[in-house]
Design a protein. Structure first.
Length: 87
């Protein structure tokens, strides 16, 4: 039983793990070539467009928040605030 248990473990250790380590080193070496850095770091066009849309939406929301703050802080001529007069 000990030999039958040891054979698969030995195969795994010496063949599979070694092949995995060699393959990983080779793939990392291929991935980190300097001429690929620009391509790997390039942002997709749809991501850049979506980011710009989000920035515009954020600007619009901040402007809307400013308008709401001005409305909330607006005082009527008799000293009551606009917000309390609307209740």
């Amino acid at each position: 039983k000990n030999v039958s248990d040891a054979v698969p473990k030995s195969i795994m250790y010496f063949m599979v793990n070694t092949a995995k380590d060699v393959l990983q080193r080779e793939l990392v070496a291929q991935l980190y070539r300097e001429e690929l850095f620009g391509e790997l770091m390039k942002e997709a066009d749809d991501v850049a467009e979506r980011r710009m849309q989000c920035k515009q939406l954020l600007r619009s929301l901040r402007a809307a928040g400013d308008v709401l703050s001005h409305i909330r802080d607006f005082s009527l001529s008799d000293g009551t605030s606009f917000a309390s007069a609307c209740r």
